[in-house]
Design a protein around this ligand. Sequence first.
Ligand SMILES: Cc1cc2nc3c(=O)[nH]c(=O)nc-3n(C[C@H](O)[C@H](O)[C@H](O)COP(=O)(O)O)c2cc1C
Length: 345
Amino acid sequence: MRIGRHTITPNLILAPMAGVTDKPFRLLCKQLGAGLAVSEMTIADPKLWHTRKSRLRMDHSDEPAPIAVQIAGYDPQMLADAARYNVDHGAEIIDINMGCPAKKVCNVWSGSALLQDEALVARICTAVAHAVKVPVTLKIRTGWNRANRNGVAIAQIAEDAGIAALAVHGRTREDLYQGEAEYDTIRAIKQAVAIPVSANGDIDSPEKAKQVLEQTGCDAVLIGRAAQGRPWIFREIAHYLATGEHLPEPSPLAVRDILLGHLDTLYAFYGEPQGIRIARKHLGWYAKNRPENEAFRQIVVRAETVMEQRQLTIDYFDRLLDHLGSLQSHPQSHFAIRTPARTTA
Ligand SMILES: Cc1cc2nc3c(=O)[nH]c(=O)nc-3n(C[C@H](O)[C@H](O)[C@H](O)COP(=O)(O)O)c2cc1C
């Protein structure tokens, strides 16, 4: 898929997730096969740009191209300024958030709440697309509510305003995350515009990615929750789409190395104590996919220092690998690693 001058290969994108898609996680997902990883949203109001949180969100040093930054707001001029500011700080793609139903965002009339006001959508898209030379993309839902699935109208407005690509989450704003994503509206949107469209919502396996690409005719898929604790999902899907075959599950040793690398980048990026807090969340997700890891989660999430958290993680995997070794020599052992269940959205 092309977004402006950027070729996105493979056509698998890490969806923007506030509190999740920070620089360490974006780097990891790109290493493990994502063709593009979109940043957490940055609020367009400049009053908030000088907080530590915003500074970390706007740090893109050493991030592989293309760097995609999401902005959220309601005022066309403010969003245009935010786009310019982020391009000056390294953004190579600007993504406008009209998909997020979070109260904090929608109460100030931004995120998916904007879908209700098509004239404002046009003004925002035009202002941002004209403000920067880099491509501007737009992330939307299928509409405001089920009675008002105006995704097709919004997509056409966006295309006319100069938006370079769209991402569509197959739920309405009112659906929040309930029910199942529907892909027929995404297909209708794809058919109504000439710009590239990415499909999003509940894609949690290679088969589901293939099915959604076929059903919608979209150019790419965006994956959010299924990448939490399972960042290798991108290479699994890429391999399946290319060959029709499944990669083997990553071994416990490979998972250990991925996890320790992730922890180290979190500690380096956030320092202590924030790095420990953020790592707890990810450790919980890694553990979630393996029911026997509940004990691990209980221990590691209580660690108070970087040293302790890292060491407990190493100890856990050492014990696990020892058990696996003894399992091979004593196959009657009852301890076994279960194949992780696919993350359900
Ligand atoms: C924790 C979390 C944070 C999110 N933050 C954002 C955000 O900042 N911007 C945005 O456009 N969407 C955000 N989303 C929505 C996701 O990008 C995505 O559209 C949604 O999770 C559906 O995809 P999935 O089923 O693959 O998770 C967020 C979702 C989650 C779970």
